[in-house]
Design a protein around this ligand. Structure first.
Ligand code: F6P
Length: 541
């Protein structure tokens, strides 16, 4: 890892000439007013605005000059991005540490464009899922007691929750036949709140877990099943009210689910790339088959763009290259996601997992240290709320950042005046971050010179949302190509799970295990507070 990230060492992999050119170009871009000068050049701006279907990708507020763009495109060539893209789409084992493909693109491809590695199982399973959801939406398929199902409790976490929740809350609107409730945390408050809000006779439960082994999800599923049986005292009712979306059908069967209550997904569909699979069942239930297919079609259209557009017109690639420029040459280590649309308030959390669980890595594909910084901190919040929370730091703080503003041009509500204010703020904030503002009073000046992207959806509909999410998936993949890392595994999370198991037993009656002083003192403190140990001094004396 380089001593000073602002002075990035060329990656250990090779003596990349483009990397060295970018290092030389970086110093100039840091000068005060650099971006303001760039923004006076309309010709330059036009080359950095890419309309792709119903979304405009505007990179013009980034510190990108023709020289920088040329070196970034050379960098992509040096990393053989075209061959890596081909490997992704054809089902090669791009997830080498798990020996798997990453074929999320097959999940939204029509039958005519299914790669052999996926086969026809994707299309067949997709239609079974949609037929099931439509039968419930129409009321043809009811609960055990003949009542229409009006609520769906979706039990899942991470990629098994964030995607469905983002999409149903973004596109759900009012008047949907089923109301979704999402339960992720192992904190009993979460499942308790959901169960308190539903009637067992009109509620279906989805256990969404690719591995069917995630602690939180299994604990919540067991709690839901116990609650259901206590309330109904009817074991025979379970198959009409409990369903699973999983790659481990045998584990779901052991839970007590019959085959036709189990909807498959596959090892080559990564968790954070899985909303397009049966993990997206709540989307089909709440929004219907037409919307689900439009979401897939939007993502597929972005897949085609990513596959076919030349590098200089390729939105996911360009966005990724600009990210590399920001993170590895301009010393930026935080990336804000700022959706200026209340319906996209969950987008920051979704992208936080997609980006940081994919690229929060320190090891290259060959096992060597990556040699430069990889994924930054990803956070954010809906606009305009953030302007009354953390934008102060962005405008007058000391730390560099970049951001994605996401705007929707046309509202679906009737408050056009308010929507105009929303858009004015979204555009204005990006302008202020780029240009700053002068004042004789140093307390009231802002330096600006912060580059940002602006993504404008013509409207928020399933097609455009699908395209937007696929754009981010491919952007993450392209970042990983440049860093030469595996964007599709997540070994760091497995380690954390093991630590919890040790401490869980010690918080109960388990024997004390050798461990560091801080952990030992905290375990003792909690046990004392929960009456499992006496004469305890909180200071750890
Ligand atoms: O965070 C680790 C992780 O495996 C994610 O990648 C995944 O989305 C989540 O946990 C849930 O995993 P599962 O769907 O197997 O329950």
């Amino acid at each position: 890892m380089p001593e000073d990230p602002a002075e990035p060492a060329p990656p250990a992999a090779s003596d990349w000439s483009a990397w060295k050119r970018l290092t030389r170009l970086a110093a100039k871009a840091q000068r005060q007013g650099f971006l303001a000068n760039l923004l006076e050049d309309a010709e330059r701006g036009r080359a950095l605005r890419l309309p792709v279907g119903g979304v405009l990708f505007d990179f013009s507020r980034q510190k990108i000059t023709p020289e920088v763009l040329g070196a970034l495109l050379d960098l992509a060539k040096e990393r053989h991005w075209v061959a890596r893209r081909e490997a992704l789409f054809t089902g090669a084992p791009v997830n080498a540490t798990e020996g798997r493909a990453a074929l999320h693109t097959a999940l939204r491809a029509p039958a005519s464009r299914q790669p052999p590695a996926a086969g026809e199982v994707v299309v067949r399973s997709r239609q079974r899922l949609l037929d099931f959801a439509e039968s419930i939406r129409r009321g043809d398929r009811t609960g055990h007691w003949g009542n229409a199902l009006t609520h769906v409790v979706h039990i899942g976490i991470g990629g098994s929750q964030l995607g469905p929740q983002l999409v149903t809350e973004a596109l759900g609107g009012t008047g949907q036949p089923l109301k979704p409730l999402y339960v992720a945390n192992i904190d009993g408050q979460a499942i308790g709140a959901a169960l308190a809000a539903v009637n067992p006779e009109t509620t279906m439960f989805i256990i969404a877990s690719k591995t069917f082994s995630t602690l939180e999800t299994l604990a919540n599923a067991a709690a839901a099943r116990s609650w259901f049986l206590e309330r109904t005292n009817c074991q025979d009712a379970l198959p009409r009210h409990f369903f699973a979306a999983t790659a481990k059908a045998e584990a779901a069967a052991e839970f007590g689910l019959p085959p036709d209550s189990i909807f498959p997904l596959w090892d080559w569909a990564g968790g954070r790339f899985s909303l397009w699979t049966s993990i997206g069942l709540p989307i089909a239930l709440c929004l219907g088959e037409t919307a689900f297919k439009a979401l897939l079609a939007g993502a597929h259209a972005m897949d085609r763009h990513f596959q076919e557009a030349p590098a200089h017109d390729n939105a996911p690639l360009l966005a990724a290259l600009i990210d590399i420029w920001n993170y590895n040459f301009l010393g930026i280590d935080q990336h804000l996601i700022l959706p200026y649309d209340h319906r996209l308030r969950r987008l920051p959390a979704y992208l936080q997992q997609l980006i940081t669980e994919s690229n929060g890595k320190r090891t290259r594909r060959d096992g060597a240290e990556v040699g430069t910084h990889t994924a930054p901190a990803v956070w954010g919040g809906e606009g305009t709320n953030g302007q009354h929370a953390f934008h102060q730091m962005l405008h007058q703080g000391t730390r560099p950042f970049t951001a994605d503003f996401i705007l929707t041009a046309r509202p679906q509500h009737g408050c056009n005046e308010q929507h105009r204010w929303l858009l004015a703020n979204g555009i204005g904030q990006g302008e202020a971050m780029a240009l700053g503002w002068r004042s004789d009073n140093p307390h009231q000046a802002a330096p600006g010179n912060h580059g940002t992207n602006t993504l404008v959806l013509d409207q928020l509909n399933p097609h455009n949302l699908g395209a937007l999410l696929a754009f981010f998936e491919h952007r993450v993949f392209c970042q990983g190509i440049i860093w030469d890392i595996n964007s599709f595994d997540q070994w760091g999370v497995e380690f954390g799970k093991r630590l919890a198991k040790r401490i869980y037993h010690q918080l109960g009656d388990g024997a004390a295990l050798p461990q560091d002083d801080a952990t030992r003192a905290l375990v003792a403190h909690l046990k004392a507070l929960n009456g499992k140990a006496e004469n305890h001094d909180p200071s750890g004396q």
